[in-house]
Ligand binder design. Structure first.
Ligand SMILES: [Mn+2]
Length: 360
């Protein structure tokens, strides 16, 4: 990989970094931007992204303005059919991701790093792939804690336990009671704090989290500097606790399918975190959470913690054929979006797809 990446970065002086707005994506962006800085490449713009936005038919922002040599996309799928790729063939592309690979860009100007391309079965969050990739170019061992935060945020700690434990020992941090996912550890709390920017302020908030992370050299320094994010986190934590009670009371259960639906109109962007917590409480059930954003758009989170059925497949298959809809992700966790008017149609499609999966 060293040669391929070094070759791609040859003659590059300006980069735009686009990153998924969750903890894993934000941590990936911090590691990448530090590495580029040490490699004497300037990051002229950061762009918080989602797969829906990057692959939409009119997305072009940030690229003309800052005239980069390379577009770097982290923790997000990019389609060969996206305008972002098709309209910028004169630029280089570096994409580092761990989501499903469907129709990916190729060419001399493209390096697409994704373990799924090599049929690697191990679950590796983007913050770990980015860390392992750039450390072949520059010394970045001091950013191991950032990689660990991203891994924990993407529920990847069980697959990377020895790496995580080394980080806890190195910085003398408390590990908490949860020795599998480390959600209640010090780094788990930092992951929640990183996520809070997005939860409270959407994409702009992700940039705030990234900025504080970039100003921090150690986990404790980040904790101290993230004063405002921590205040937001306290508010969000209360909201989530309350919404979890609502979930238990108002959830719609389809017992024969081990399926739970929950529809709500969230005050913050809590769909991802709420569905993760709820699904750990119902780990042998498929949990599908519908967040009604507005009259046009509803986002969906699919969770199944015992991994009996593939949520990435369920998200992709059930949104297929609906207008302005899409979905995908990983076996235990996936996401999607639909038009709000298709909510009941989607429920029906999820039930059908699950029935098919149960027969196999
Ligand atoms: Mn990720």
């Amino acid at each position: 990989m060293k040669n391929e990446l070094a070759k791609l970065l040859d003659n590059v002086s300006k980069a735009v970094v686009m990153y998924h707005i969750d903890s894993d994506g934000i941590c990936s962006a911090k590691i990448m931007s530090e590495a580029l800085h040490r490699f004497s490449i300037e990051v002229v713009d950061y762009f918080p992204a989602t797969p829906k936005l990057l692959n939409s038919s009119d997305f072009q922002i940030g690229v003309d303005r800052s005239r980069p040599d390379i577009i770097i996309i982290l923790d997000c799928y990019l389609s060969a059919d996206s305008c972002l790729f098709k309209n910028n063939k004169d630029l280089k592309f570096l994409i580092i991701d761990h989501h499903d690979v469907k129709n990916i860009p190729s060419g001399d100007n493209v390096l697409y790093i994704n373990p799924k391309l090599n049929n690697v079965k191990k679950y590796i969050p983007a913050a770990k792939i980015v860390f392992d990739t750039v450390k072949k170019l520059v010394e970045i061992d001091d950013l191991d804690w950032v990689s660990a935060i991203g891994i924990i945020g993407d529920s990847g700690a069980p697959q990377h336990k020895s790496f995580i434990q080394k980080v806890f020992e190195k910085y003398g941090l408390e590990t908490g009671k949860d020795k599998k996912y480390f959600f209640d550890s010090f780094l788990g709390r930092l992951s929640n704090i990183v996520d809070t920017g997005k939860i409270v302020k959407g994409s702009d908030g992700a940039n705030i989290s990234l900025k504080v992370l970039q100003e921090s050299g150690t986990p404790r320094e980040f904790y101290e500097k993230a004063y405002q994010l921590r205040q937001w986190y306290d508010k969000v934590e209360d909201y989530i606790e309350n919404e979890l009670l609502n979930f238990e009371q108002k959830k719609e259960e389809i017992k024969e399918l081990d399926l739970i639906f929950y529809v709500f109109k969230p005050e913050f962007h809590v769909g991802s975190v709420l569905s993760t917590i709820a699904s750990f409480k119902h780990s042998h059930k498929t949990v599908v959470l519908f967040s009604k954003k507005n009259a046009q758009t509803t986002t969906i989170n699919f969770r199944r913690q015992d991994k009996k059925y593939d949520m990435g497949l369920l998200a992709a298959k059930s949104t297929e054929g609906l207008q302005n809809a899409g979905g995908g992700g990983h076996v235990p966790a996936a996401g999607g979006h639909i038009q709000t008017s298709d909510l009941n149609a989607l429920k029906g499609k999820i039930i059908n797809e699950l029935k098919k999966m149960m027969k196999k």
